[in-house]
Write a protein that binds this ligand. Structure first.
Ligand SMILES: Nc1ncnc2c1ncn2[C@@H]1O[C@H](COP(=O)(O)OP(=O)(O)OP(=O)(O)O)[C@@H](O)[C@H]1O
Length: 335
């Protein structure tokens, strides 16, 4: 797993946002603060997941990086260049798919890609390579209008890859994809990192996918970063649980045995006539053998025992709730 450098300086990070603020004027004339002291860095060679509730500022942050939105204050640097002043120096080093692909429906996928390629000095070989990479070479000569949602999304990613960028920025690339296409996208992102050394930033609401593909996550709420850490580190910091699944005819007996031995349980209905008894599991050795011994000594035979890790979803929900609670308590909350 890629090690993320601390926020020590621009040399460590491909991209760095420092205290970025951006507000928009809404149709009703109100000011909407999209970024409110947003700071994050994107380490070279990693896949970073940008997470956050709807409207938390993810797309605005990415647009600021790509020169599509101008920050009100703060600084954004990419490849050591200050943006947007030096945007022209970095434009060719970044590829992006923001808010869905925009292609000419009557042209073929290949033709659409050739047009994008011309803007980047990319020829037929690069177009073929990009189509191959995203797995739609077989549909290159078909009209875009006949593409499925997944194929359109893949062509969008191919468009972002056409200039062979060092940094790939994808806004919700898994949206609308079927499970197989989601898996292909995940494998593609990993390959781009591992085989091409590409740095990838993905914003997404599909936390299970982010957990599978990302090295690092940055969680945004109300335009500010509330969590920025390695995925495996976050997961290893979380509490594991031992789950004992018993037939519901012996639930009371199992609860009595375990509580008598000092275990604190929560219980919930499990599948097909079972109950699940859940208790915090000590690390690094969960107490499954001891629990099994206690139960079987009383003729209670569990259907299943498993150690359940904390998921990125648990971490995300906890981080957002904690930030919400802190905001309610704080007298200076602006939103
Ligand atoms: N051009 C704009 N004009 C007015 N308000 C805007 C504009 N762009 C973004 N906003 C507002 O800024 C806030 C942040 O929006 P943004 O699209 O960056 O959030 P997001 O985290 O990407 O959301 P989602 O997950 O729904 O895509 C929202 O309140 C949004 O309504």
């Amino acid at each position: 797993m890629t090690q993320k450098p601390e926020h020590t300086g621009l040399s460590d990070a491909l991209v760095r946002f420092d205290d970025v603020r951006k507000s928009f004027r809404t149709a009703r004339g109100r000011r909407q603060q999209a970024l409110d002291g947003f700071s994050m860095s994107i380490p070279r060679g990693s896949v970073v997941g940008l997470l956050g509730p709807n409207g938390s500022g993810k797309t605005t942050a990415l647009k600021t990086l790509l020169g599509l939105v101008r920050a009100d204050s703060g600084s954004v640097h990419a490849f050591g260049h200050a943006l947007p002043k030096d945007q022209r120096y970095v434009a060719g080093r970044m590829g992006a798919l923001i808010e869905g692909p925009a292609f000419n429906a009557s042209l073929t996928g290949e033709h659409n890609l050739r047009l994008i390629g011309e803007l980047h000095g990319a020829g037929p070989a690069e177009v073929a390579d990009a189509l191959e990479l995203v797995g739609i070479a077989h549909a290159a000569r078909r009209a875009y209008s006949g593409y499925s949602l997944g194929m359109k999304q893949r062509l969008g990613v191919a468009g972002a890859l056409i200039s062979d960028p060092e940094l790939l920025v994808l806004d919700e690339p898994m949206n609308g994809l079927d499970p197989e296409a989601v898996r292909d996208m995940r494998e593609l992102l990993k390959r781009l990192r591992d085989e091409r050394g590409m740095t990838v930033v993905v914003s997404s609401h599909i936390l299970a996918e982010v957990e599978l593909v990302c090295d690092w996550v940055t969680i945004v709420r109300n335009g500010r970063v509330i969590c920025d850490a390695g995925v495996s580190e976050l997961i290893s910091r979380g509490t594991e649980h031992l789950v004992v699944r018993v037939h519901d005819t012996v639930t009371e007996q199992a609860v009595a045995v375990l509580e008598r031995h000092g275990h604190t349980l929560t219980r919930a209905a499990g599948p097909r006539g079972t109950d699940e008894l859940r208790m915090p599991a000590p690390r690094p050795h969960p107490h499954a053998p001891e629990v099994l011994r206690l139960l079987t000594a009383q003729d209670v035979y569990p259907r299943e025992l498993l150690v359940e890790s904390v998921s990125l979803e648990d971490i995300y929900v906890a981080a957002v709730r904690a930030a919400d609670a802190a905001a309610e308590d704080g007298p200076f909350e602006r939103r």
